[in-house]
Design a protein around this ligand. Structure first.
Ligand code: RB5
Length: 147
């Protein structure tokens, strides 16, 4: 079964989201785009919540693009089981997977150019969780899990 990437953006992230969707398809991902699909001004939480719901349901990993990546990450991280990382460099994207088991990547279209954004996405998708000592720390992220 193809690996799934659920993508969403607001108007500010639309063009970059489309470019990154192509990158992910090239890596063999089945991409599902929850919107937005036009450049009309819209509200980023609407898309963050849709992607977060799908990721929390185990349907795949997520990609959210807005102007900065910050609003998307704040909204997505309200969902239990979702660990969204706003990244504007490759190293953070790699570490967000290896150490934080991030399952949603958030990118700012007004912060990084398309070339760097593609490298960030490739780094994110190419890494996996190291487990070990990080397992306990990630478990402690959920407010209800303090053991
Ligand atoms: C839209 O202007 C902008 O606020 C939004 O894309 C995002 O950057 C919010 O975090």
């Amino acid at each position: 079964m193809a690996k799934a990437l659920i993508v969403g953006s607001d108007h500010a992230g639309l063009a970059l989201k489309r470019e990154l969707a192509h990158v992910a398809e090239g890596l063999g991902y089945e991409v599902r785009d929850v919107g937005t699909h036009t450049t009309d001004s819209t509200d980023y939480p609407d898309y963050a919540h849709q992607v977060a719901n799908a990721v929390a349901a185990g349907e795949g990993v997520g990609l959210l693009v807005c102007g900065t990546g910050v609003g998307m990450s704040i909204a997505a991280n309200r969902h239990s089981g979702v660990r969204a990382a706003a990244c504007s460099d490759v190293y953070s994207a790699m570490m967000s997977r290896q150490h934080n088991d991030a399952n949603v990547l958030c990118v700012g279209a007004r912060v990084v150019g398309p070339g760097l954004a593609a490298e960030i996405l490739k780094a994110f998708l190419g890494e996996s969780f190291e487990g070990g000592r990080h397992e306990r720390r990630v478990r402690k992220i959920e407010p209800s899990r303090e053991d």
